[in-house]
Design a protein around this ligand. Structure first.
Ligand code: NOJ
Ligand code: MG
Length: 591
């Protein structure tokens, strides 16, 4: 079966006035096939020894990213913030938080990245601000019904004294989605909505003033030369009118995604009938969000070059997610359905087919992602033996903890599959070192608001955010400068072998596997290729061809014989092979 990635001009999603090809240019834009490396600044490289990674730290490490062979970096937020949600609570969108450096540090970092041929994407957090933002302070100081309050989601409480919450919505991080404010005279006042922590009040995106301010913010960063934006919670900005009560199903992940059984959609490539979608929560994936992104698309078009918007939208099925990347909206959307798929060949095949087909209907490339700062690292997740909903995290008392050897083996095979797929791929810092989730963080070190708002029921996301190791033998594994012992989350004691310098030049290391895969991906144009499944293998095998490269992965336990005829040259194996058969949890690329 061959699936073309080219747009289907028959699709009902395409605006009638222009052909897809005119809207999307030549189809050769960099982001269609780019490998984008996510930097989580606070955990990447610390230049000043305060235990928190920073922009100068990133600048000093850019050469190592160029060597890795990535095309772009995406930086999680480094803007001014009280850091109640690790910077996803922004108090000033147009400045750098002092813990990360200054705007001048940003400019230097950008300049060096561009000189190395690395594009730079910054994180924009439009669904909510920090409660420290001047707009929110002005809203609190102003009266109910004022224009200042209308920038946020303030409502009167229910009941005779207004002391009941306006509705029953529950925060993604646990507890209610509402917080009551106190009036200047000390009496209890209105309530404001916060999908996340109470320090992250939601903006009112029905208000044109809010829309205009974000156009200014986009231009501020575009003027500085950024190549695009990763858009936080791009499925949450508009709420259903009337804010009706809603109780999510038990198997919904915290950001709105489902479990590993996630739906990919109808038949691949079909998105004609919105009524076939599963029920939409009143705060996720409302139709009104698309207008916002059309406006942003136009702002990006004011600028030279190929700038990009990438949606962080936990929306299923994929046929619905494809609406975020229609030709006049965003360029990319994270494929969390792919990330959520289990270690199961049939499920992966369905998700891959469904992804390519769903995105193709709107002329967009599929993206692929296995890890980020919100999910259990895939070197652990792929060997979990109990269900783990997104955002829950794992800790010492979680059920079904992973075997680290099996996890790493699967992660290397999974990455070898992902980097051979056509489209754009996201890599999260540290996965190129094979880092596992840090499970045994002391409770006292945990910082994710999820941990606190669920009364320690959910461990949250700290385990994938531990500062990454650069060198063996130094107190912070080289994360901090010489002599520094500070690290905002404690690093495990046994990471010497995982440190980047320990893996450099070591043939079978995970780092060298990534470098090799990225170089081959570029050499053979896999990002722009076409996927063709190879029939004849058992149900536990993934086998496909892309631009002349044959990829076979054994997700089962029984060794799989390699083809006696046909492609012969071994380009890459996710594990060293001693015989002409593919052992359990192993992938191979052949030419
Ligand atoms: C998604 C971000 O990736 C996550 O880290 C954050 O907590 C929420 N959005 C809220 O901004
Ligand atoms: Mg620092």
């Amino acid at each position: 079966m061959t699936i073309e990635t080219s747009p289907d001009p028959e699709t009902p999603e395409v605006p009638e006035t222009e052909a897809v090809s005119t809207l999307i240019g030549t189809g050769g834009e960099w982001w269609r096939s780019a490998v984008i490396y996510q930097i989580y600044p606070r955990s990447f490289s610390d230049s000043d020894g305060d235990g928190i990674g920073d922009l100068p730290g990133i600048t000093t490490r850019l050469d190592s990213l160029a060597e890795l062979g990535i095309d772009a970096i995406w930086l999680s937020p480094f803007m001014t913030s009280p850091q109640h949600d690790a910077g996803y609570d922004v108090a000033d969108y147009c400045d750098v938080d002092p813990i990360f450096g200054t705007l001048a540090d940003f400019d230097l970092m950008l300049e060096k990245a561009h000189a190395l041929g690395i594009r730079v994407i910054v994180d924009l957090v439009p669904n909510h601000t920090s409660w420290d933002h001047a707009w929110f302070k002005e809203a609190l100081a102003a009266a109910p019904g004022s224009p200042e309050r209308d920038r946020y989601m303030f409502r009167d409480g229910k009941g005779p004294n207004g002391d009941e919450m306006p509705n029953n919505w529950e925060s993604v991080f646990g507890g209610p989605m509402w917080e009551r404010v106190t009036n200047p005279d000390g009496t209890p006042g209105q309530w404001y909505l916060h999908i996340f922590d109470k320090s992250q009040p939601d903006l009112n995106w029905e208000n044109p003033w809010v829309r205009e301010r974000f156009h200014d913010i986009l231009r501020f960063w575009l003027d500085r030369g950024v190549d695009g934006f990763r858009v936080d919670v791009a499925h949450g900005m508009i709420k259903e009118a009337g804010l009706p009560d809603y109780t999510p199903p038990a198997d919904a992940g915290s950001m709105g995604g489902g479990t590993a059984d996630a739906l990919v959609g109808l038949e691949p490539g079909i998105d004609a009938d919105a009524s076939a979608d599963p029920p939409t929560p009143p705060y996720w994936a409302q139709d009104g969000v698309h207008d916002i992104f059309r406006g942003w698309h136009s702002v990006l078009e004011e600028y030279e070059g190929e700038r990009v918007l990438c949606a962080e939208a936990w929306v299923e099925p994929l046929t619905k997610l494809a609406r975020w990347v229609r030709p006049d909206e965003m360029q990319q959307a994270f494929n969390f359905t792919y990330l959520s798929a289990g270690w199961d060949a049939a499920e992966l095949r369905t998700v891959i087919d469904g992804s390519i087909a769903a995105f193709a209907t709107v002329g967009a490339p599929s993206t692929w992602v296995l890890s980020n700062h919100d999910v259990v690292r895939h070197a652990s997740r792929l060997a979990l033996e109990a269900e783990n909903l997104q955002g829950a995290g794992i800790g010492p008392n979680s059920p079904g903890l992973p075997d680290p050897v099996v996890g790493l083996r699967r992660a290397r095979a999974a990455t070898s599959i992902m980097l051979a797929l056509p489209g754009s791929a996201y890599v999260y810092q540290g996965e190129e070192l094979g880092l596992p989730e840090v499970i045994d963080l002391p409770d006292s070190a945990r910082q994710d608001p999820t941990w606190f708002r669920t009364d320690h029921e959910k461990y949250g996301r700290d385990g994938c955010r531990v500062p990454i190791p650069w060198e063996a033998g130094s107190p912070t594994y080289g994360f901090g400068p010489a002599g520094s012992t500070a690290s905002w989350l404690p690093q495990p004691g046994d990471w010497d072998e995982l440190a980047r310098a320990s893996q450099e030049g070591v043939a079978d290391s995970t780092l060298e596997l990534y470098k090799r895969a990225l170089a081959l991906r570029s050499l053979h144009g896999l990002g722009t290729g076409t996927l063709e499944w190879i029939p004849g293998y058992g149900p536990e095998v993934i086998a496909f061809r892309n631009n002349g490269v044959t990829v076979i992965a054994n997700l089962g336990q029984t060794p799989v014989e390699l083809p006696a005829e046909g492609p012969g040259e071994v380009l890459l194996t996710s594990e060293p092979l001693n015989e002409p058969a593919l052992p359990a949890d192993t992938a191979i690329w052949l030419l």
